[in-house]
Design a protein around this ligand. Structure first.
Ligand code: NAD
Ligand code: UFG
Length: 337
């Protein structure tokens, strides 16, 4: 049985992926500093899967600790990182330190332990303002903030390592907008403080924690004037990692967009959430949020063709599952403390 080393495995996307790995017969070691997650997520993954996970609390910048923990693993899925676009503008060093330096230390540890396979969490934010749609993997790269730049720097670093060392295999996955939760409502996204992203904000408005949603702009060149994104169910995203893992061989470098290929506007998201959950979402239109692109959605044909993967869940499932998670866990993982 293969052991997969999952950095950031207690976090939002990591926890859903770890659950699928266990259900698919892999052994898993989670390495996470819990800076944006809770041990409770790991307990729930164990409960849902009926299997145990080795959890190591640590920072990816601690090279020796990572190298020790890596022993016996056949591949790394690397989710650990910081991800708030706005914070990356006000505190870029945090992003270069955690994401870029952190990944470099992880790569050194992998070299020491002779682990040569990695799946890396990249982001659609590296494309910047789309020059054409849908966005394919050949689209020019032009990140507009330090978070996006940290991801692109890392893609280049991985490419350089691949080019100069035999036997490495890298799978780079550029996620579009992951939302939703496991259908059990046991694991999901648990942002600290007031959420930045649309869906967590909507679920907190729905639960009465926040009084209304602010829709950032209705004057974009889109059908209803509000921003359009490619929202993907986190379980579909997790399945994409399994397909990528199966494809990693002893010498490969691949990049894939993971999205649905469909764009939805903010108002469409609100309407769908209201309809499937029977809840009213009060909102007001405010000015555009600095740095937002008008429209972004993926060309997913490469992942379909080469990974045999495509997103199966629709927007209604995403909205229902996000709400079930919020209802069962009004204070996120803190609800069970
Ligand atoms: P998350 O914050 O829920 O998970 C990240 C996990 O990494 C957390 O458990 C955190 O505690 C851990 N971590 C952070 N820094 C660490 C460090 N130095 N050492 C050890 N552990 C550390 O985020 P997520 O939404 O699950 O995102 C996972 C990855 O996917 C990130 O790299 C993120 O940049 C990328 N990504 C996310 C999105 C999104 O919208 N959620 C979109 C594109 C890309
Ligand atoms: N929006 C609102 N009100 C809110 C929050 C968001 O109207 O309170 C709008 C935004 O203007 C945008 C859409 O909802 O049109 C989606 O916004 P999110 O903040 O949920 O997502 P982004 O597309 O801005 O960014 C997300 C992640 C990034 C990632 C990017 C691409 O936050 O880390 O998707 O993967 F890089």
């Amino acid at each position: 049985m293969k052991t997969i080393f999952v950095t950031g495995g207690a976090g939002y996307i990591g926890s859903h992926t770890v659950l699928l790995l266990l259900e698919s017969g892999y052994r898993v070691k989670i390495y996470d500093n819990l800076s944006n997650s809770h041990l409770e997520a790991v307990k729930r993954i164990e409960r849902l899967s009926g299997k145990s996970v080795e959890f190591i609390e640590g920072d990816i910048r601690d090279t020796d600790r990572v190298a020790n923990a890596l022993q016996g693993s056949s591949a790394v899925i690397h989710f650990a990182g910081v991800k708030a676009v706005g914070e990356s503008v006000s505190n870029p060093l945090k992003y270069y330190d955690n994401n870029v330096l952190g990944t470099i230390e992880l790569l050194k540890a992998m070299k020491q332990s002779e682990v040569k396979k990695m799946i890396f969490s990249s982001s659609a934010s590296i494309y910047g303002n789309p020059q054409y749609l849908p966005i394919d993997e050949q689209h020019p790269i032009n990140p507009t903030n330090p978070y996006g730049r940290s991801k692109f720097m890392l893609e280049q670093i991985l490419r350089d390592i691949y080019d100069t060392n035999r036997g490495y295999s890298f799978g780079i996955l550029r996620y579009f907008n992951p939302i939703g939760a496991h259908p059990s409502g046991e694991i999901g996204e648990d942002p600290q403080g007031i959420p930045n992203n649309l869906l967590p904000f909507i679920t907190q408005v729905a639960s009465g924690k926040l009084d209304k949603l602010r829709v950032f702009g209705n004057d974009y060149d889109t059908p209803d004037g509000t921003g359009v994104r490619d929202y993907i169910h986190v379980m579909d995203l997790a399945e994409g990692h399994l397909r990528m893992l199966e494809k990693l061989d002893d010498n490969s470098f691949d990049i894939y967009n993971l999205g649905t290929g469909r764009g939805y506007s903010v108002l469409q998201i609100i309407k769908t959430f209201e309809k499937v959950n029977g809840i009213n979402i009060p909102y007001e239109i405010v000015s555009r949020r600095a740095g937002d692109v008008p429209v972004s959605y993926a060309d997913v044909s490469k992942a379909q063709k080469e990974l045999g993967w495509r997103a199966k869940r629709g927007l209604e499932d995403m909205c229902k599952d996000a709400w079930r998670w919020q209802l069962k866990n009004p204070k996120g993982y803190r609800s069970s403390m």
